[in-house]
Design a protein around this ligand. Structure first.
Ligand code: HAM
Length: 437
């Protein structure tokens, strides 16, 4: 007898999304698509694999992502490749590679897809996670920042999310940030010995990240450090004031957090995060900002940009916690047939209903009435149709409402219309029957 082999498990930090979960993921994607397209964004799909240099040059060679978290390997021809840890760099690479800038105007692009970071897995933090993101390339106008933030808030509201906060800051530009960093470095030097070990290291490598430290004991010290908002150049100050004024005019609520710095180096001026209290430690639902020099860093022409990425895993977790977004029940009707003559008309009916976009399931083999009802209930089909020899000869089928138990005799050719009508009626209780186009 052969030895039973050990089952193979999924890779740590990756997950299978089973059919019980995917409807919510699909709803989020559908809603995002609708909202983005209404703001005239168009979809872009870029590869999951990129040259390693792309991220080193954009995200930054001193960042946690690049130094510790990337899945990088040498390909068979010795080229260094990386599974993308984020997609902004890829979108800008594609914009340059295909010379989209030659078409003029601004480019509004959105994307969905998996990203990879080798972080310590915990609730809301995975090694393969999913982002829904958007980027606007080709202008530094502050109205773009405000419009994109308005779009994001609309999307979250559409999804039924209420408990979230938009936190916003400016991290300055290539002109004012070096000046500020000098001042910050000096200030940190005075308190360095009292800071945590990580901060002592960051003080040299990336002093801005000190502001982002989560260690409790460091907080009173960090509170007193100078903030970039007090050291913006007049152009950055004006840009930031225009963004916040525009947000007010659009009725988008925000909170200015002068310590908000992000973990990627390409940001200039506006940076932001939306957090949700429902998420616990990993409370950033999404993040983004402006990156006006990124295109040049990647060898392209000047092409200011602004964008964000939503952590889809975290968004779905919050929606599950609020329970506001009920996934559609895709199955509308279960057809059970009895007797050989009933098989063919049943198959044709199922095909017709499915053609009309009505979620239909049909028994593969003959089934007894009682068992058929059990299957229909288990599948949570709101309607069942029983087709036996009598029904075939009369041409009238019994359509059973599984919730009320009520049966209606409907002519075969009218069943699709009858169900369409019924499925449009509001439900008294339970879930949305859907299966509707
Ligand atoms: P990020 O802040 O690194 O920004 O990631 C955006 C969002 O992705 C986070 O707020 C979080 O919800 C989610 N996320 C990040 N890491 C993980 C993880 N390990 N597990 C689960 N979710 C995670 C960016 O990626 C930028 N590209 C955003 C951007 C677009 N900036 C401008 N345009």
């Amino acid at each position: 007898m052969s030895k039973k082999s050990e089952p193979i498990q999924s890779v740590k930090g990756t997950r299978d999304l089973l059919p019980a979960e995917t409807p919510l993921w699909q709803r989020v994607e559908e809603e995002a698509r609708k909202v983005f397209e209404a703001y005239s964004f168009r979809e872009i799909r870029t590869p999951v694999l990129e040259q390693t240099a792309l991220f080193a040059r954009s995200v930054g060679s001193d960042t946690d992502i690049v130094t510790k978290e990337m899945y990088t390997f040498e390909d068979r021809d010795s080229e260094s490749l990386t599974l993308r840890p984020e997609a902004t760099a890829s979108v800008v690479r594609a914009y340059i590679e295909h010379a989209l800038y030659n078409q003029g105007g601004v480019h509004k692009l959105y994307y969905f897809g998996p990203m990879f970071r080798r972080e310590r897995p915990q609730k809301g933090r995975y090694r393969q996670f999913y982002q829904i993101g958007a980027e606007v390339l080709g202008s530094d106008h502050p109205a773009i920042d405000a419009e994109v933030l308005e779009m994001l808030v609309l999307l979250l509201e559409r999804l039924g999310l209420v408990e979230f906060k938009l936190l916003i800051n400016s991290v300055g530009c290539a002109k004012c940030r070096p000046e500020y960093l000098k001042i910050l470095r000096q200030a940190i030097e005075g308190v360095r010995a009292r800071l945590c070990e990580d901060c002592q290291r960051r003080a040299t490598t990336n002093p801005l990240r000190v502001l982002d430290c989560k260690v409790e004991a460091d907080q009173p010290i960090i509170e007193k450090l100078p903030t970039i908002l007090d050291h913006l150049c007049p152009e950055c100050r004006q840009h930031f004031d225009s963004v916040t004024l525009d947000l007010k005019q659009r009725g988008v609520a925000y909170e200015i957090v002068p310590r908000l710095v992000r973990g990627l180096d390409y940001y200039t001026r506006t940076t932001f995060e939306i957090t949700s209290g429902l998420l616990g430690a990993q409370n950033a639902l999404l993040g983004g900002g402006r990156y006006d020099g990124l295109s040049e860093m990647l060898g392209g022409p000047p092409a200011p940009g602004f964008g964000f990425a939503i952590g889809q895993d975290r968004l779905v977790l919050t929606l599950e916690a609020t329970g506001t977004l009920k996934p559609a029940q895709p199955l509308a009707v279960y057809i059970a047939w009895m007797g050989d003559t009933a098989r063919e008309p049943s198959l044709l009916l199922a095909r017709e209903l499915r053609r009309q976009g009505i979620g239909t399931e049909i028994s593969y083999h003959q089934i007894k009435l009682k068992k058929a009802m059990g299957v229909a209930s288990k599948l949570q089909a709101p309607y069942a149709i029983i087709i036996g020899e009598n029904e075939v000869s009369s041409g009238n089928y019994q359509v059973k409402d599984m919730r009320s138990g009520e049966q209606t005799s409907v002519r075969a050719g009218e069943i699709a219309g009858f169900l369409q009508e019924k499925l449009r009626e509001p439900l008294q209780a339970g879930n949305d029957p859907a299966g509707q186009p």
